[in-house]
Write a protein that binds this ligand. Structure first.
Ligand SMILES: [Fe+2]
Length: 278
């Protein structure tokens, strides 16, 4: 059965049908999905009744498991984390700022897979921003300021003990484990070729990027703020609306993503894996 691809009509994203992810895939199907993923950056597979075994098998087709720090995995699994929010939870929404997953690592994950289990009747969309497009459309004056700049990445603002998900973060149902290791830094170019396609794009954004190499913070922070505002412009966005039993895989090398709220009073649960860089 050939897979069918329906582009979102937005800046990136496509829906894929005609494939059953609860069974092993053929080499042809895997190749088709990979090339469709590289074209559209975000793929959603609706109406997939998948188990955690199915999620793990699907992930390994695309490069093995990434290393997930600062989260405890779900019971009995090393590589699956729960993205969870309870109906009465009052803590700030998780991942409400633009980011590329674990961009502070030396080899950040190529992609992320998210399988929906409990989805509220409305709200909770995930936004994706196409960073090839953001670079392509960037005003020359801003691009000039970013050419050849190397970003300093770190998880410290989020996952250090005094970070957003640190000691002051109370009442959260997710198994987040802040750690001193979050203060480590890692360098990556701001403008870089996609490791698989070679297409130039912007990688990650302020949040995990905490500075720019060889620039004082008084120059770096305004530039990162200007860049962040550009990266999240409406024209680069795909708004993903969830249903239960949906798998979404995205490319952390070409898109940013962020969570949205609007589902107070409802539980929400998804299982997540990361696809290692290769
Ligand atoms: Fe994320």
């Amino acid at each position: 059965m050939a897979i069918m691809v329906t582009p979102s009509g937005q800046a990136c994203g496509a829906s894929v049908t005609g494939v059953n992810l609860s069974a092993p895939l053929s080499d042809t199907e895997i190749q088709e999905i990979r090339s469709t993923w590289l074209t559209h950056h975000v793929l959603s597979f609706p109406e997939q009744k998948m188990s955690d075994d199915d999620l793990e098998r699907f992930t390994t087709y695309f490069g093995g498991f990434g290393h997930d720090p600062f989260f405890d995995p779900i019971e009995g699994r090393k590589n699956i984390a729960a993205i969870r929010r309870q109906a009465d939870e009052k803590s700030p929404l998780f991942a409400e700022n633009w980011h590329s997953d674990w961009s502070f690592q030396a080899s950040p994950p190529a992609g992320t897979c998210l399988r929906s289990i409990i989805i509220p009747p409305s709200g909770g969309d995930t936004l994706f921003s196409n960073q090839h497009l953001a670079l392509e459309k960037m005003p020359p004056a801003l691009r000039e300021k970013l050419e050849n700049k190397i970003a300093v990445h770190s998880a410290q603002l989020a996952y250090a003990p005094d970070g957003a998900y640190g000691a002051k973060d109370e009442g959260r149902s997710m198994d987040i484990r802040p750690d001193e290791s979050a203060r480590k830094t890692q360098l990556h170019p701001i403008i870089r070729p996609h490791p698989e396609t070679g297409q130039l794009g912007l990688f990650s954004c302020m949040g995990y990027i905490i500075g720019i190499e060889d620039l004082p913070q008084s120059d770096a922070l305004p530039l990162l703020t200007e860049l962040y505002a550009w990266q999240g412009r409406e024209e680069f966005i795909y708004r993903h609306q969830w249903q239960a039993d949906m798998l979404v895989m995205w490319d952390n090398r070409s898109v940013l993503h962020c969570a949205t709220g609007g589902y107070e009073g409802y539980d929400r649960l998804l299982h997540r894996t990361t696809i290692a860089a290769h």
